[in-house]
Design a protein around this ligand. Structure first.
Ligand code: MN
Length: 289
């Protein structure tokens, strides 16, 4: 039987980085850096590995709002401390994932964790913005802290698939999501192979966090590159040319209009106006700087 291969559409380099606050030096792969069809994923900020010097006062980004989507923070090196106006706080260590549903509105702040800041060292993170369907945009905010040890795992012959959300070969992901989404961290040893299958309607991309891979026996991608796939076809094969860590994203698009302004992601311009008004009136709650 002829395999139904999902072909690579492009292997992309990280766009020039910019700072978010003074703690995150990120490459925006989309929507600004590259125009990619990636709904329900709206934004991907990639903090490639960078060495931060020791500092007593943690670097980061101060209190700011979000409405209409979810922020998903995935740590690879270094640690982030998080606080929000719903009273949640936590520390995101390497391998951990924080899945925050901003939905109707939240204030939060994100800084380097104190001990990490005092010591300094390598720092590498991903932050994704996952859109919400219109019917869920004004639902209640929530917070899922997924520590590395609790994330569902599928053991491969030469590696592991950490199933953050969705499902991989029967292993169900740890995070609950509003629309069908697969998010995995693939850890694959050199020469190891891993098969993936996603419906043709889903938007799919891989980010090589570390190492070097070959996709579908053809295209190669190395650390910091993003592999974007065509919609047609379903099956993908990855082979590790070095010990590799790969972030894998695939999801069913949300086919609804988008209105975005800064940290607000809604469907209509009026809803953006409402978000700004609500924020100015203090309806997102309170959080100390
Ligand atoms: Mn934020």
């Amino acid at each position: 039987m002829e395999a139904n291969i999902k072909q690579v559409s492009a292997v992309l380099n990280p766009p020039a980085p910019h700072m978010v606050g003074d703690g995150f030096r990120v490459h925006n792969f989309f929507p600004k850096g590259h125009k990619l069809k990636m709904s329900p994923f709206f934004l991907l900020d990639y903090n490639s590995k960078i060495e931060f010097s020791a500092r007593n006062e943690p670097r980061g980004v101060g209190v700011h709002p979000h409405r209409g989507f979810e922020t998903v923070t995935i740590a690879y090196h270094g640690a982030v401390a998080h606080h929000d106006s719903a009273g949640n706080s936590g520390i995101i260590q390497p391998g951990d994932v924080q899945w925050m549903t901003a939905a109707s509105g939240i204030l939060h702040k994100e800084h380097h964790e104190e001990m990490f800041s005092k010591k300094g060292g390598p720092f590498q993170m991903v932050q994704l913005w996952v859109n919400l369907p219109a019917k869920d945009k004004m639902s209640k905010p929530k917070y899922q802290a997924l520590c590395h040890g609790s994330i569902a795992r599928h053991q491969l012959e030469h590696g592991t698939v950490e199933v953050i959300a969705g499902e991989y070969l029967g292993t169900k992901g740890s995070a609950s999501t509003f629309t069908p989404i697969h998010v995995y961290n693939l850890r694959l040893n050199k020469n190891g192979k891993a098969p993936f299958s996603f419906p043709s309607g889903y938007n799919t991309a891989f980010v090589v966090i570390e190492g070097k891979i070959r996709v579908n026996d053809k295209e190669e991608a190395k650390t910091d590159q993003l592999v974007h796939f065509k919609n047609e076809g379903e099956q993908i094969q990855i082979e590790a040319l070095e010990d590799s860590t790969v972030l894998i994203l695939s999801g069913e698009p949300i086919n609804e209009p988008i209105a975005q302004y800064g940290p607000f992601l809604m469907n209509k311009p009026e809803e953006i106006q409402q978000a700004i008004a609500d924020y100015n009136q203090g309806k997102f709650g309170y959080l100390e700087e």
